[in-house]
Design a protein around this ligand. Structure first.
Ligand SMILES: Nc1ncnc2c1ncn2[C@@H]1O[C@H](COP(=O)(O)OP(=O)(O)OP(=O)(O)O)[C@@H](O)[C@H]1O
Ligand SMILES: [Mg+2]
Length: 323
């Protein structure tokens, strides 16, 4: 379902450059220029996926027809087969969205899950070199080690600053783990987010908004009825507050990360979530999230001051505003 060949090209470049990074650090010198390598022969990528897998030793047949025609099929296949082996999904139906860093697949849910379809968000190899490294994100996230234990600040800093392959892999799984843990925490707190079901290596499995034929549109793609706008706006603000009360700021909230389905909205994509207790700079992110929401709803005649809302939230939950 990729629209054009450029997608494949980008994908192959990413795999090749991932191998280059690994080679460089393994052999301690620059590798010879490598030929573009396909996913099938990409041992490092495959090994990383295996390391991330749980103990499941099963290798039952999992051959979704939809993936067989994809040139990136093996990467996606390895990422999703763990969910298959754990009886969470039974097939892959279509790509809901193929993004820069992750693709989201609509999967048929295993009957035991009580869902009809599920969303699998699969990160691409690009994640190995494109981790967000801005100070604000570095300061505001908890780093977890290979046993999913939170690391102390100085140990985390040491590990995260290393550039070797092991540390990159740790950074990637820590990053995705934080996204997953955030989504669980928010779901349990009652924030409107898709229910997360599992996280293995570079993939997250969650409730799917949409059905077997089509995915839910983004909020930016729908035209709301006049009377829907205000309650949805208020729900989103209530969600932002509930997140804040649970020490999370979305960090990338806008009509692009809100899905609309059957009259309701849900927030998605916690890849850039941050904890306001770790840095006063998070106030800017909170304000930006609220500004984008206010901006979207201003087209429906809703007026609100994002700054006032952000300052009010901060002072109620965090205390005095930072200088
Ligand atoms: N639970 C879900 N149900 C249905 N569709 C989803 C779900 N989660 C994500 N999507 C679809 O996949 C897209 C990408 O997901 P998400 O925003 O989490 O990833 P992303 O890393 O931001 O990707 P991109 O780089 O393309 O923005 C969403 O815009 C949405 O269309
Ligand atoms: Mg997104």
């Amino acid at each position: 379902m990729y629209q054009n060949n450029d997608d494949f090209e980008i994908y192959e470049d990413e795999a090749a450059s991932f191998i280059k990074i690994k080679d460089k650090y393994r052999h301690g010198h620059h590798p010879k220029p490598t030929r573009k390598t396909s996913y099938e022969s990409n041992e490092d990528v495959q090994r990383w996926l295996k390391e991330q897998a749980s103990e499941s030793s099963a290798s039952r047949e999992f051959h979704p027809t939809m993936l067989s025609s994809q040139r990136d099929g093996p990467w996606i296949h390895s990422s999703l087969s763990q969910f298959y082996e754990e009886d969470l999904i039974s097939d892959v139906l279509y790509i809901a969205k193929s993004g820069k860093e992750a693709s989201v697949f609509c999967c048929v849910a295993h009957p035991d899950t009580a869902y009809d379809v599920l969303a699998a968000k699969v990160y691409r190899p690009r994640m190995f070199r494109n981790l967000r490294n801005d100070a604000i994100y570095r300061q505001s996230r908890v780093v977890v080690d290979e046993h999913k234990k939170a690391m102390g600040n100085s140990r985390a800093k040491r590990v995260m600053s290393r550039k070797n392959a092991k540390s990159r892999a740790l950074q990637v799984s820590s990053w995705i783990g934080f996204e997953y843990e955030t989504q669980i925490q928010l779901y349990e707190a009652g924030v409107h987010v898709p229910k997360p079901l599992s996280h293995i290596g570079n993939a997250i499995l969650m409730e799917y908004l949409g059905d077997r034929e089509k995915q839910a549109p983004l909020l930016r793609e729908v035209i709301l009825e006049a009377e829907e706008a205000r309650p949805l706006f208020e729900q989103i603000l209530a969600d932002i507050e509930l997140m804040f009360a649970h020490n999370r700021v979305h960090g990338d909230l806008s009509e692009y990360n809100i899905l609309y389905w059957e009259g309701a909205v849900m927030l998605i994509d916690f890849a850039q979530a941050v904890d306001p207790r770790h840095s006063p700079a998070v106030l800017q992110l909170l304000q930006r999230d609220i500004e984008r929401v206010c901006q979207y709803f201003s087209a429906y005649g809703i007026e609100a001051s994002a700054q006032e809302i952000a300052y009010d939230l901060w002072s109620r939950y965090m205390g005095p505003l930072p200088d």
